[in-house]
Each structure stands twice: as C-alpha cells, then as structure tokens.
Design a protein around this ligand. Sequence first.
Ligand code: 13P
Ligand code: SF4
Length: 312
Amino acid sequence: MKKEYSDNLEKKIDELKKKRNAVILAHNYQLPEVQDVADFRGDSLELSRMAAKTDAKVLVFCGVHFMAETASILCPQKLVIMPDLFAGCPMANMITADQLKKLKKEHPKAVVVGYVNTSAEVKAELDICCTSTNAVAVVNAIIKDSAEGAKEEIIFVPDKYLADYVSKQTGRKLISWNGFCPTHVKILPEDIKREKKFHPKAKVMVHPECLPQVVALADAVLSTSKMCQFARETEAKEIIVGTEVGLIHRLKEDNPTKEFYPATERAVCPNMKRTTQEKILWALEELKEEVRVPDEIRSRARIAIDKMLEII
Ligand code: 13P
Ligand code: SF4
C-alpha cells in the first residue's frame, strides 16, 4: 500500500518536472525517498557545477539554504526553489558578514578563504570560496600564486575543524573562526575505535568537518562524493563511515557487495531531513519557495565562487 502511494507520488513528480522544465538536485545527505527522485545527487561542489551546467529552467534544490543560494549565484536566470525554506545549515549561520568584515579589519592583508557553507552575504566578503573537496587545493594555490608567498596571512572561515585539517595538510597557519558542524562533532573517537573493534578489516573514511581526534583515526579524509569514489575503488569490503548517515543509502546502492557501518547513528543533520517527496511535489506545483540572491551581493559572491571553480 505504502509502496503504491510512493510510486504514485514519484510519477506525479516526474510528470510535473517535465512540464516545468525542472531538474531535482539532491545533496548526498538527503532522505532516500528524495535521492530516489533526484536527477542528480552529489556533494556541494558537484551540485554547484551541475546547477551551472543544466539547461533546465527550474532547479529544485534539495539540500540546505546555502546550497540553493550558491545555485542562484551561479544561475541568476534560472528559478531556484527549495521544497523547505527552513532547511538551513547551523554552521553557515555561525558567521555573519559583519563579523567577517570585523575580522578582515583586524587582518587587512589576509587572503580570505570561505567554506561554501556560508551565506551569500558572507561569500560576498571572500577572496575565494572552497568546498570540502578542494579546500586543500585552494589554500595551496594561494601560497603558490601569491607574491608574498609563505608570508601571506590567510583567514579561513567558518569551520575551525576543516581549517585545522587544511592547516595540517598545507603546513600553513590559518586564522580560523569558531564555527563547526553540530552533526559531525557528534562523531567521537570512541565511536571509531568501537567500530574498528567490531570490524577489524574495515577501512575508516571521515569528513574533514569531524573533530581532529576523529580525523587522526581515519584511513581517508574526504568530501561526501569523494567518499563515494573511495568506496567504489577500494579493495576493502567493509567501510566505517564518519559522516552524516544519509550517505549510506547511496554507498549501499552503488556497492551492493560491500558493507558500510555508520561511525554513529547520532550523526543526523535534521535540516537535511526536512525535504520530503510531498514537499518536492508541492514545490513543483506552486513553483515555490524561491531562493534569489540580490544582484549586488550576487556579483561579489560570484567572484569568489568563480575563482574556486578555476582551481578545481
Ligand atoms: P560535502 O560538500 O562534502 O557534501 O559536504 C557538505 C556538508 O554540508 C557537509 O556537512
Ligand atoms: Fe551544515 Fe553540518 Fe548539516 Fe552539513 S551536516 S548541512 S555542515 S549542519
């Protein structure tokens, strides 16, 4: 009965999607029912690229608010809608444009790098944006390209744990902010140690938003889509997954012969779970809720995103 209902809903979404010339973009943490109706799923970088590439007129963004804003910055001519406008990212809300302006005043010569998990207003204050896929490459590129080279100060906001990881990988001291992901900090070193005890042959992959003590225990530190790639390519048959649990749906689908163990079931991002098939159908029917970044902010934020896209 439930399955029939879902088939019916999926059929309606599909029909309406075609009628509206829309595509559904879903982040890797979305509910399985959302991933199942998506035209494309990916990490923050891939979703940005896909938004910029598609010919569709409407982008139904199933993720969190900053991701839909990034799509609007890249494609102002397209209608970007979110099935649930209240799906925000608490980490992105941990820094405002005014706070960043103040930090910039304290370090007037610093190059300002910002994680994509920031509002459009904050992106408008950046020199360059980055995602978890390319943060290390972005910081390395600054060091290489800059006339000041190794002397250059670098501000890195808002995630202090991603900053710590990038700093260790690049050998650079970064001026970081006190932001963090409330979901990833729920993954504790004890969780990894316990799972390793239960599954001694398993490889451990974790997201760079995790605590440094967790990162230190991992075989690989990766963005969500790089985790998908690692899972496909590794010879290991069992993998412990240190990120939001939603990724496991895709990992299992892509690798039916492998076993995936969440480091902890506590790692759930409630905002990523706000989007449902019903809300997607409603969004397509009403063409709401629109996410549009005002032109003045958009043009400045775009420079930081384009600079990142040039690097990787
Ligand atoms: P990814 O870009 O790795 O998918 O990460 C986005 C995010 O919000 C992680 O919490
Ligand atoms: Fe933001 Fe963390 Fe949720 Fe990602 S998992 S959207 S960083 S709160």
